[in-house]
Design a protein around this ligand. Structure first.
Ligand SMILES: Nc1ncnc2c1ncn2[C@@H]1O[C@H](COP(=O)(O)OP(=O)(O)OP(=O)(O)O)[C@@H](O)[C@H]1O
Ligand SMILES: [Mg+2]
Length: 305
């Protein structure tokens, strides 16, 4: 197990806020897991505990088999973290910071690897610029290079794509997928659900400090993504209110000629039959599986109510 968390709790002393409640987690070598949760759910708290920046209240954490309470140095070496926010080394150049960071881990003469990282992250041209001279999105990419410079075994990214433009975000996705392919164990927090859907093979959802889902992506989708959306366009206007379809098929007019349904996958054939028996002027039909986003919204709603 690359990361093992048992009964982790965090209560912030200042206001008694329970930020993490009995969190268990097991991440295997080579996994790429997403940690999804709303603002304030506890994601950054969890990551800060792993990186040693926040003290846990109780529970056990093992990184690469090492207990963070007993083997801080080893766990720091195994871990690479891209923090959500960080005080920047503003008055050093990109290359200097990466050299300095390597030095902390006793690594010397790794210029080639540093340049390789900078190239991969489209930052090579900025290697002599001060950190304060980088744009917001460049700083995020720089943080990734900094977290990788000592070749960690577990790579954790806390919203790496926040504030990164679309093109660079896609470059970053390619880069992250490459890293994953090379065998790195990775955990990503993000508010872009489609990012988790696209990159990760395992989805964890945290809500008010509790893990409410933790499954391989496909299993989660099968378990919770039971509905499909069906949109049908007709050549002639159709009024759902005056249409006596069985009441279980609760459609809504999207506009005069289009009706959208949300039905259980299992009922799809009978819906299509029911419609075909009444109308034959279809011009377009689309059937969409639920997205991770729908499943995610269900999961966090279920807990709130
Ligand atoms: N230093 C602190 N002192 C007191 N409370 C804190 C502290 N840091 C975080 N919290 C509280 O703990 C809870 C979890 O915060 P955390 O930053 O872990 O959430 P998050 O899931 O990372 O949210 P976001 O998506 O907004 O980054 C919040 O209620 C937050 O106000
Ligand atoms: Mg956060």
């Amino acid at each position: 197990m690359m990361l093992k968390i048992e009964g982790l709790n965090k209560i912030y002393k200042k206001d008694g806020k329970v930020a993490l409640k009995d969190v268990d987690m097991n991440i295997k070598k080579g996994e790429f897991a997403a940690l999804l949760g709303q603002n304030g759910a506890g994601k950054t708290t969890l990551i800060n505990i792993l990186s040693g920046n926040v003290k846990k209240t109780s529970g056990k954490v093992f990184i690469g088999g090492f207990d963070i309470d007993k083997n801080e140095l080893e766990t720091k070496r195994i871990l690479g973290v891209v923090p959500q926010e960080s005080g920047f080394d503003n008055f050093f150049s990109v290359e200097e910071v990466l050299k300095k960071q390597s030095g902390y881990f006793g690594i010397k003469n790794n210029k080639e690897y540093i340049y390789h990282l900078l190239n991969q992250l489209n930052l090579y041209e900025k290697k002599n610029n001060f950190i304060r001279e980088l744009s917001g999105g460049m700083k995020r990419r720089f943080q990734i290079a900094k977290a990788l410079v000592h070749k960690p075994e577990i790579f954790i990214l806390d919203e790496p794509t926040a504030g990164v433009d679309i093109e660079m975000r896609h470059n970053m996705y390619d880069f992250l997928l490459e890293l994953h392919k090379s065998g790195l164990t990775m955990i990503l927090t993000t508010h872009y659900i489609e990012e988790a859907e696209r990159l990760c093979d395992r989805i964890m959802v945290i809500n008010s400090g509790e893990i409410v889902a933790d499954e391989p992506k496909e299993i989660l989708m099968d378990k919770f993504g039971r509905e499909v959306r069906v949109s049908i366009c007709f050549e002639n206007p159709v009024d759902m209110r005056q249409w006596d379809l069985p009441t279980e098929f609760n459609g809504e007019n999207a506009h005069n000629n289009q009706i959208d349904f949300k039905v259980d996958k299992a009922k799809l054939p009978s819906l299509l039959n029911a419609i075909a028996s009444k109308r034959s002027d279809f011009v377009d039909i689309s059937i969409e599986r639920e997205k991770l986003e729908d499943v995610y919204l269900q999961l966090i709603k279920r807990r709130d109510s």
